[in-house]
Design a protein around this ligand. Structure first.
Ligand code: UDP
Ligand code: MG
Length: 309
């Protein structure tokens, strides 16, 4: 019997774990051909998530949990689940029921058809703020432009099925800044996508605020592309050429017209402009340097305090 591992990162999801377990169980009751395990990764929750997980795992041997020593973030939590999964396929999904378990049979169907990666494309329902929808779309457009990974718009949901072959490959990555959705695309295995509409959180609050989203966007872009570094070099070159030509024109003009080169305002503006430009470029360099710094330390992505399997 083939086994499906469901990986669920959980950060302050005390109100949702029992609910999502119930839903998944119902789905697999209708899929008699498959065995399953649910691996909850408690990412340093501050509420009673751990207690709920322990209760749940006592009632049901399909429920497994991994407890982190502190909050390491969503991506490391998914990685930890994949590192510890035993199934022939691994499905990662959010613990707040925004990823409908009803989609699982369809994902498995695609997997049986021979796809190694079944990702999901999220369409946002009306309730989700226009701002979040637009920023998310914009992010994937920029990322696809800037890097070599091709992410379909909205392909950014972490609701995804991976064949054990792919999981095997993913385990070998020891990147510090994990960006799993880019990595799965990068591996080049046979992929397909299915659409779904995200629902609202069952309970609790989203922990992805604007600041986290922006950080995540930078992580994604800098993990897959050194193009921003080239942009810095190109822009520097372009502006040098411009300034040499501009300077030449001024000098020639002042000789012909027999005037002095004037205009303090324009001078100051130029200085400010280049000052800004240099700071931006320094910042970009800094982001990459920071990544190298973090990577050379080779710290683990996460630390497990406790697990029940
Ligand atoms: N999550 C996590 N660690 C964190 C933040 C979130 O494991 O530091 C989990 C969370 O429990 C949920 C999933 O990641 O299962 C998605 O988080 P959330 O719903 O807050 O994000 P959104 O759906 O708003 O993008
Ligand atoms: Mg959510």
């Amino acid at each position: 019997m083939k086994k499906i591992s469901i990986v669920i990162p959980a950060y302050n999801e005390e109100g949702n774990v029992a609910l999502i377990y119930q839903k998944i169980k119902e789905v697999f009751d209708g899929l008699r051909k498959y065995d399953f395990e649910i691996i909850f990764v408690n990412d340093g929750s501050r509420d009673n998530t751990q207690q709920k997980l322990e209760e749940l795992s006592q009632h049901c041997d399909k429920v497994k949990f991994i407890e982190f020593s502190r909050n390491f973030g969503h991506q490391p939590a998914v990685k930890a689940g994949m590192d510890n999964a035993h199934g022939n396929a691994v499905i990662s999904m959010d613990g707040d029921l925004q990823h409908p378990p009803e989609l699982i049979p369809k994902m498995i169907e695609k997997w049986e058809e021979g796809y190694d990666v079944v990702f999901t494309m999220r369409a946002y329902p009306k309730q989700i703020s226009l701002f979040k929808r637009k920023t998310s779309d914009l992010f994937y457009k920029i990322l696809s432009r800037l890097s070599d990974v091709n992410l379909t718009q909205g392909g950014g949901s972490d609701f995804r099925l991976l064949d054990s072959n792919v999981v095997e490959v993913m385990r070998k990555f020891n990147e510090d800044d994990l960006f799993l959705r880019g990595l799965t695309s990068w591996t080049g295995f046979k992929q397909t996508g299915i659409n779904f509409t995200a629902s609202e959180r069952a309970s609790g609050q989203s922990s992805y605020d604007l600041k986290k989203m922006i950080t995540f966007a930078f992580t994604g872009i800098s993990a897959f592309s050194v193009k921003p570094l080239y942009i810095a070099a190109y822009l520097g070159f372009l502006f040098s050429v411009f300034s040499v030509i501009g300077y030449g024109i001024y000098v020639i003009h002042s000789i012909i017209a027999k005037t002095e080169i004037s205009g303090w305002a324009s001078l100051i503006m130029t200085i400010v402009f280049f000052g800004g430009l240099q700071l931006i470029m320094l910042g970009i360099m800094g982001i990459y340097l920071g990544k190298v710094f973090k990577q050379v330390k080779e710290r683990p992505n996460y630390i497990i305090k406790n697990k029940n399997f």
